[in-house]
Design a protein around this ligand. Structure first.
Ligand code: ADP
Ligand code: MG
Length: 493
């Protein structure tokens, strides 16, 4: 089975002079419209540099794109239900908790807050479901002729905390539209789906703020010590400020929250004598973001408060890899979505997901991975990129931890093999013109859901983002410098 291939929306290579000219224009467009990031090597708050981007939009089958968009509300609801099912979360995470300190600490906060009584039953979910097209079709050629050159899309993961690219997603469409116009191909823009992710995500924050309903209250963004992905975060603030000048937004690190906030006797989170209505985490998803007990105490304080959290801690737990794997087990989806067709539609997007618990199926998974490591990805309970293992590293890790409890903190996932697309990646400080390289893409669909255990106030699909990386790279984080911003060019196959 060779990997399938799409052709670019414009025949490549472009003529050298045209290419150099359009890249120069595009870089300036990027800098002047926030297609940027802070420079990790020469950090200064006084400058941003271009974020890596793909020059032309990448082909994506229209039917698959539409299917992903249509399924998002179902996935939102699924996550919402999972987050509110105490028994399921507890049962699913129990083995991982024994060996994964980070997940255990999150879990501990959740247990403590539940015991005390939840002060804010409403949660704001701003989710992103990440997917890839699977081009290695498991069916026979006859059965699957209509599917070539891809089979269908599969879910990589669902993010329930700090799901980025609400700004960078839509603006990638804009910069590539500008580039297409400069190349005399403006007529192709009609194949690039509209993308209102920023506005849709900000509507979620505004709606939660209004639901909180305390005039003069504020919104709090929880941020890292240093935000490299600053454009993506600030544009949320600009958008909200324009639409709702009455909502003042604070940006604070967990350490600053520890130092500067307090709970009053009504369990309101107070900051500068103002009540915090909504807390939106752009940090807090990995251990390094909790360097001391203070950060954990800050997290507990927020969780105890009446503020509407995005995400509440049980939503963060619902977004763990272990939960994703448990949902793929027989009967699990039906428990949340019923026995009808909807569960089948969600099951279709799962690729093989296996637990590494100490039981028969865990043993079988270990054997399978040792026999053919290239077929899999080994994932710990982590978010944020750069934590998964591939190929030879899977073998090495499994041989080392085969008989240790540690392995229960990992899941094994079948590796998805998306179709290749040739393209140009423009990077800060990169060669101009760049070479034509083989790329693969990962589509993220954004969803917003607001509700309590018993009542859902809003449930929407709100936009998308596309990240593209070199075909031979394992991971494609844009902030990590591996991936590049992109947007889909819909194909009618
Ligand atoms: P994280 O929470 O760290 O983002 P992910 O599960 O999203 O973890 O994995 C990170 C990256 O690894 C993905 O963006 C994708 O590029 C790659 N990846 C993850 N799972 C798979 C898979 N099953 N097949 C192919 N690539 C994968
Ligand atoms: Mg991811």
């Amino acid at each position: 089975m060779s990997q399938a291939r799409f052709t670019s929306c414009i025949p490549l290579p472009l003529e050298q002079k045209t290419l150099v000219g359009v890249i120069e224009k595009a870089k300036d467009w990027a800098l002047m419209h926030g297609v940027g990031m802070r420079d990790k090597k020469n950090f200064t708050k006084d400058a941003i540099q271009i974020a890596p981007f793909v020059l032309l939009p990448s082909p994506f089958p229209r039917t698959e794109f539409n299917k992903a968009v249509e399924l998002q509300q179902v996935l939102n609801k699924l996550m919402h239900k999972v987050a509110h099912d105490d028994d399921f979360l507890e049962h699913t995470l129990q083995n991982a908790l024994q060996v994964d300190e980070f997940t255990a600490k999150l879990f501990e906060i959740w247990v403590k807050v539940r015991k005390e009584g939840i002060a804010q039953p409403v949660s704001l979910g701003m989710l992103r479901s990440d997917i890839m097209l699977e081009s290695r079709c498991p069916h026979t050629e006859n059965q699957c002729a209509k599917h070539t050159p891809y089979c269908s899309w599969k879910q990589v993961e669902i993010n329930s905390i700090a799901s980025g690219f609400g700004h960078l997603g839509p603006v990638s469409r804009e910069i590539q539209s500008y580039i297409l116009r400069q190349l005399g191909c403006g007529h192709l823009i009609k194949n690039m789906p509209e993308n209102k992710a920023l506005s849709g995500l900000c509507s979620g924050i505004i709606e939660a703020y209004d639901l909180f309903g305390v005039p003069g209250s504020v919104a709090l963004f929880v941020v890292e010590e240093v935000s490299y992905n600053i454009c993506d975060q600030r544009f949320h603030e600009f958008e909200i400020s324009e639409r709702r000048p009455d909502i003042i937004i604070y940006r604070k690190t967990l350490n600053e929250i520890f130092e500067e906030t307090a709970l009053n006797d009504k369990k309101q989170l107070m900051l500068d004598d103002k009540v915090v209505a909504v807390v939106y985490y752009r940090s807090g998803y990995e251990p390094a973001q909790y360097p001391s007990q203070k950060e954990w105490d800050a997290r507990l304080r927020v969780e105890r408060s009446t503020a509407i959290k995005c995400p509440s801690i049980h939503y963060q737990l619902a977004g763990t890899k272990k939960v994703q794997q448990a949902l793929a087990a027989p009967g699990a989806l039906e428990q949340f979505l019923g026995a009808g067709a909807i569960s089948g539609r969600v099951r279709d997007i799962f690729t093989g997901l296996y637990s590494l618990d100490f039981d028969d199926s865990g043993e079988r998974a270990v054997e399978m991975a040792l026999a053919d490591a290239e077929r899999f990805v080994l994932k710990p309970q982590r978010e944020g990129g750069g934590n998964n293992l591939y190929g030879a590293d899977i073998r090495e890790a499994l041989l080392k931890m085969r008989h240790s409890r540690e392995r229960a903190a990992y899941i094994l996932m079948e590796r998805i093999s998306p179709p290749l697309v040739p393209g140009y990646v423009v990077r800060p400080g990169g060669a101009v013109p760049p070479p034509v390289t083989d790329l693969v893409s990962e589509l993220g669909i954004f969803g917003v859901i607001i509700g309590s255990k018993d009542k859902i106030y809003s449930n929407r699909q709100v936009g998308h983002m596309l990240r593209t990386k070199l075909a031979d790279a394992n991971e494609g984080g844009v902030a990590a410098g591996l991936g590049a911003l992109d947007s889909p060019y819909l194909l009618d196959l």
